[in-house]
Design a protein around this ligand. Sequence first.
Ligand code: MRU
Length: 339
Amino acid sequence: MDKFFEYDAVEWNGDKTGVKIIDQTLLPKEEKFLILRTPEQVYEAIYKLRVRGAPAIGVAAAFGLYVSLLPVEGEMDHFTAEFRRIKQYLFSSRPTAVNLGYALERMESCFKKNIALGLEGIKKALLAEAEAIKNEDVQMCRAIAENGLTLMRPGVRIITHCNAGHLAVSRYGTALGPIHLAQQRGLNPRVWVDETRPLLQGARLTAYEMVKNGVDATLICDNMAASVMARGEVDMVFVGCDRVAANGDTANKIGTMSLAVLAKHFGVPFYVLGPSSTIDRNCATGADIVIEERGASEVTDFDIKVFNPAFDVTPAELITGIVTEKGIFRPPFGFGIEK
Ligand code: MRU
């Protein structure tokens, strides 16, 4: 499983003074790497979806906060003010994915814990914390892949939405992790790839990953999912998540809820896959999740009013199971209560 991609979505540059990302807006046509060194560059990369996917955004923000602070010297008060300013700025880049705030909060706790060490000691600790956030995500994704694999049998036909794969996380993927693993273990999964309007994360990014790993995948437009389900050609749905409320309501890429409704209608199991860090116990239900709205230019250049929400919330009652690194949770979810 280690080798199917030669790079991760978020890495260090050689001397760890920059965040190296592949520009996902250019995939699959061009593999162009960028080195981000300033808060503005990191913000722009997250906002413009050059790096995207809930866990990858969190790692990019943690790495980005660290490299942005590298040139900051002087009194501790000044460093503290800069830390807070950059953290808040990066936090404002996208609202829905829980991982962004999770990673930045961890960096702040690390800063506070190590404040007595002085600037050099603090920076060293922040570097280690950013790496720990990524490494933990790698381990969680690996475990999600193994847990998701238990749901699959040879030749299983899965439909997925958006890109919850290697590009969206630290390594392997969440919804696509078990699929990559199944392919490597000879289960020959067959995947329906939703194009995912308006920014085509499915048609561009999931398609790229499937082809790169040799998975038997077929691209469909979003409005074709009902048709393939009606033909009896879908065994299960695998999707990722940006924020899971305590009751199991799940925010993910716009269009996910439509798939869930269809799956219910056609009796197809609907699974959400994500690290437990995506569960937000402070969010009682999906109604508490802030949904990002994006610009009209992503949808049209014609002069008409546009509504462009980036995510929707799938009600818990449409979800068959939530696959995390800890196992597969079945309804009723109740993540507010420690299980
Ligand atoms: O707008 P995006 O491309 O960041 O949306 C990504 C998704 O909706 C993913 O499914 C989600 O972040 C899970 S990634 C493992």
